[in-house]
Design a protein around this ligand. Sequence first.
Ligand code: FAD
Length: 380
Amino acid sequence: MLGFDLTDEQRELKELAHKFAEQEIIPRAREYDDKEIFPVDVCEKAFAAGLMNFGVPKELGGPGLGVLDTCLIVEELNYGCSGISNAVGANDLATLPILIAGSDEQKRTYLGQLVKKLTFCAFAITEPGAGSDVAAMSTTYRREGDEFILNGTKHFISNGSRADWYVTFATSDKRLKHKGISCFVFPSSVSGITRNRMHGKLGQRAADTGEIFFEDVRIPASALVGREGEGFKYAMATFDHSRPEISAIAIGIAQRALDECLKYSKQRSAFGQPIANFQAIQFMMADMAIQIEAMRLLTYKAAWLVDRGEGANTISAYAKAFSADATMQITTDAVQIFGGYGYMKDYPVEKLMRDAKLLQIYEGTSQIQRVVIARNLLKG
Ligand SMILES: Cc1cc2nc3c(=O)[nH]c(=O)nc-3n(C[C@H](O)[C@H](O)[C@H](O)COP(=O)(O)OP(=O)(O)OC[C@H]3O[C@@H](n4cnc5c(N)ncnc54)[C@H](O)[C@@H]3O)c2cc1C
């Protein structure tokens, strides 16, 4: 049986998130983007409204939502502004390795902390010399007695300059490639860490994107997440869970672009009539609607499979690649429909186009999604 009905609870969550976006996010979006203001105030309100840390299990005091429920909320928040929503939602990525492989103690300590008070955390895998090629990372760890010692640099990390704790990855020996990588969780207050906010992003400018330097960072053996040498596996499993959520961000941005175009095209006149009367404009909006519907179907199916614990590696990559690329096209067309005004900051669509670009880059570029898909196809 195939059904597309949302439960009452899912409908309520969607409405709550949409109202939050309208009331708390949209009014701040332009200024926070211009000035690169990290939206602590919005995060405080989101935290109070139960709109953060969705995956923290109920037994630890969290909402215990699955990926599908999370996607429904993420879509609505990102309708408001994906820069501000990155701040609200980036914790989720860091919680995943703990949920996947963390000990009960790590879950109690780190996930428990997230629901007690407003706390930020970050998932730090990317390095200046290793992005797509995760296994080429240079951050190292070595064991000394009951401690691990980390050295290296991570960059482009969401929440990187303000996280209260990090989930990060390091190698015991670069020659071992992915088999040498382990995953660690520890507070950002340990000594040996310096960090900066990186400025000058094209889009999602309210979000904190940081670089982190680990210099002889000593952490206890209990900071190891799961088993030594299995960090790469946990990182890839994390992306299977998180890619449908990136796809949901894309839906939020794309839906907003379409809604803005529907409104504007009825108001703007050319050649004595609203531009909405021109078939060229109608077709662009019809194509947007087709793509958005397809994005939703792919995203919800990927999320549903992840929630069922079924292999979602390929479909999560389908969803992320398709939605990111479609949203880039949709937001570019939105600027086109607005004409010269679309190119100006007084109107909302240039920001949507700038924000959308990131979807094709983080959590695996659009090319890397195709690498994953093609590899799985060829494996048969
Ligand atoms: C705003 C922002 C937030 C981010 N947040 C986080 C975060 O929270 N945590 C984190 O760890 N990282 C984060 N990232 C990093 C992001 O995931 C990486 O930038 C991304 O994975 C790409 O890595 P790279 O930038 O090193 O590009 P590269 O890997 O150098 O890629 C350059 C180009 O080569 C292409 N390419 C590379 N390999 C292949 C291949 N095998 N086949 C075909 N093409 C290929 C890529 O698709 C791309 O077009 C963030 C990045 C940004 C910009």
